[in-house]
Ligand binder design. Structure first.
Ligand code: WTA
Length: 655
């Protein structure tokens, strides 16, 4: 655990109470109310979850069993029930005045904008669902989305859910190679993409990456490609395989019944990086995920009917799934989707969106906040952001300085800052303040949500003491938990359920994060304890980047570690040994960075490449990453180095 972080955090004594006006109107408006919910969930988890599931979701058929945990770690929730996520997000809001309420506000990067009421969005989703059926997509067929941030991305996700075709959204910033891996692993039938999108004031093509991924019959299961026109640039279409969205979807009927799905029917697959091997396809299922996205959205943002909610994530990540699309729509809220990002020509882009659309709940990442801090408060001060009432953050630890800046400069001290800890695997937020109840401390995600048995434990699964570091773990299943790794249930067990042996013999969910708990029981998440690097809140596996480097003909061996970065949280440093006879220089370094960009995507490009003749290894040949991490951070190598095979390697690596 990084000691410096613990020190700075321990000195952090500030506490902020929830604003009285907010608490007075909140669903959960006091710590007593929170504790009462926690106690109810503890006393009888099945009754607690069962009641929420019955009250918060629409069921075609009621469930008969809340949880079947007879075969851990494979949980089955709400068995016997049938429901549909798209129905819960759309149709059930059409009975009353909510039908004419704005469901989705979309703001394009060049300043174009579109709005959909619930009724309009439902019609668009039905048309898209009928189009998918026309392409031969049926229940259980996997559909991949490789899209810019346009309304059609959300529409396509909901269309898939409507007909029971699981989606696999692949972040549009991933390379053709990374897309191909995911298409093959999933056995995808149809790909939905766009000609391109707008990024930093220019059109960026997307469809060519799909063509490249499919070239030479590399993905034999993919039958058709549906292409949204966004940029209008010339886009080659392959006869018989590629169809334009506007030609196929617009002419469809806007009537398409939602298919009743069994609770445990697969809802989506979303790939994420772990310590080992290729990214894994995290599988979420229908009812449990829906309930968790719905409930957490309601709790952590204390959603009101007149709220305008904006989450700045991309739909290619879990945050976009749960808090741009499914959580808000399931609650009948108004959600904002923004194609752009702040850029030199428009440093106030985010604040402009808040001012223009009167955003009341704003949810973003610490990396973005740190970048705003750097460019000074003059930029946000030019905008009217008085509509804001709640500020959220997600994706990586937030340093107390950034937390305070967020609260004071963006929230003018009025808005609670909600630091939410969770993962792709958890489906929704797990540890977070409740804005009307929880006193907040800068840098702490505070307390687990009701029903979430989060703990900090040692290797044997014993809870550690106050202010002692340990592993973040969850002791009981929860509805939004991932169900398996696509195609590899054993990997699911190994990656998450075998690291910590529960003292009572019951398995614990191992999150891969280190954390500590203070005397008030507040959680302070420190960061990953495995070989996952978090760059601007995006998860990347060291091994993935290493494999990309080794696939270059000049590279013999590579080891990749993270190093602290003021802006991005972590930067990537690659230690590379070259094939015999070659020597490294700046040009080769640049070429290798480019190579990693092409293999995975620009976010995975190392910040620094260090060439060396050898890497520090144990006598059994394991690379000692602890040493490399210290070297990358410019720290002294401390701790035991007695297992190091060749000490001269260390001296050569110091720069
Ligand atoms: C990190 C993103 C500290 C953590 C929703 C986790 C955080 C990983 C926080 C999951 C937070 C997320 N404080 N760290 N509030 N939120 N993380 O799957 O390391 O992209 O394991 O999900 O992000 O990243 P993922």
């Amino acid at each position: 655990m990084p000691d410096a972080t613990i020190e700075s955090v321990l000195q952090e004594g500030r506490i902020f109470q929830p604003p009285a006006e907010l608490a007075a109107r909140a669903r959960i408006g006091s710590m007593e109310a929170y504790r009462e919910l926690v106690a109810r969930a503890e006393a009888d988890p099945d009754a607690f979850w069962g009641e929420h599931a019955r009250e918060q979701l629409h069921w075609f058929e009621p469930f008969h069993t809340v949880l079947d945990w007879s075969n851990p770690p494979f949980a089955r929730w709400f068995e016997g029930g049938t429901t549909n996520l798209a129905y819960n997000c759309l149709d059930r809001h059409l009975d009353g005045p909510r039908a004419e309420k704005t469901a989705l506000i979309w703001e394009g990067e060049p300043g174009d904008s579109r709005r959909f009421t619930y009724r309009e969005l439902q019609a668009e989703v039905c048309k898209a669902a009928n189009a998918l059926k026309a392409l031969g997509v049926g229940k259980g067929d996997l559909v991949a989305l490789y899209m810019p941030m346009v309304p059609e991305a959300a529409i396509a996700m909901l269309a898939c859910a409507r007909i029971g075709a699981p989606h696999s959204v692949v972040f549009g910033g991933f390379s053709a190679e990374a897309l191909r891996d995911r298409l093959i692993d999933g056995g995808v039938k149809v790909v939905i993409t766009a000609d391109g999108g707008f990024r930093k004031d220019k059109a960026v093509a997307l469809k060519p990456a799909v063509d490249q991924a499919l070239a030479g019959g590399a993905c034999p299961t993919v039958e058709q490609v549906l292409v949204v026109r966004r940029t209008g640039e010339a886009t080659p279409m392959e006869q018989g395989r590629d169809r334009w969205w506007h030609e196929l979807v617009d002419s469809q009927s806007s009537d398409c019944p939602a298919v009743p799905m069994a609770s445990e029917d697969r809802l989506f697959v979303l790939y994420t990086s772990g310590s080992t091997g290729k990214p894994k396809g995290v599988v979420h299922t229908t009812a449990g995920y829906n309930l968790w996205a719905h409930l957490t959205f309601q709790w952590i943002f204390d959603i009101r009917d007149d709220d305008i909610h904006w989450c700045t994530a991309d739909v290619g990540w879990i945050t976009g799934h749960s808090y741009i699309v499914y959580g808000p729509l399931s609650n009948g809220a108004t959600t904002v989707m923004y194609e752009g990002a702040p850029r030199p020509s428009k440093p106030g882009a985010f604040w402009e969106v808040i001012q223009k659309h009167k955003v009341s709940i704003f949810y973003t990442a610490p990396t973005a906040i740190r970048a705003f801090m750097k460019s000074g408060r003059e930029v946000p001060d030019q905008y009217d952001m008085s509509t804001l009432r709640i500020l959220g953050t997600v994706g990586e630890p937030i340093n107390p300085e950034a937390w305070m800046w967020y609260r004071e400069v963006i929230g003018h001290g009025r808005c609670p800052v909600i630091d939410t800890w969770w993962q792709t695997e958890t489906g929704g937020v797990m540890i977070s303040p409740l804005p009307g109840a929880t006193p907040t401390k800068p840098g702490s995600a505070t307390l687990p949500l009701p029903g979430i048995a989060a703990d900090i434990v040692d290797n044997e699964g014993h809870s550690v003491g106050v202010d002692e570091g340990g592993y973040l773990a969850v002791r009981r299943p929860w509805p939004g938990m991932m169900r398996t790794v696509h195609g590899d249930p054993e990997r699911f067990r190994k990656s998450y359920w075998e690291h910590i042996l529960g003292a009572d013999g019951r398995p614990l969910y191992f999150a891969g994060d280190g954390a500590r708990r203070d005397a008030d029981g507040y959680f302070w998440v420190m960061g990953r304890v495995d070989d996952v690097i978090s760059v601007s809140g995006h998860r990347l596996g060291s091994m993935e980047i290493e494999s990309a480097l080794v696939s270059h003909p000049s590279v013999a061996e590579a080891a990749v570690v993270g190093r602290p970065d003021d802006l991005k949280g972590e930067g990537i440093v690659a230690f590379v040994t070259l094939q015999t006879g070659l020597s490294g220089d700046a040009a080769l370094g640049a070429e290798l960075r480019k190579h990693v960009g092409a293999e995975i995507g620009p976010i995975a490009r190392p910040d620094e490449i260090r060439f060396s003749d050898a890497l520090p290894k144990t006598r059994s040949g394991k690379i000692m990453r602890r040493i490399l991490r210290a070297l990358a951070a410019g720290e002294e190598v401390s701790g035991d180095t007695s297992t190091l095979e060749d000490r001269s390697v260390l001296d050569a690596l110091r720069v």
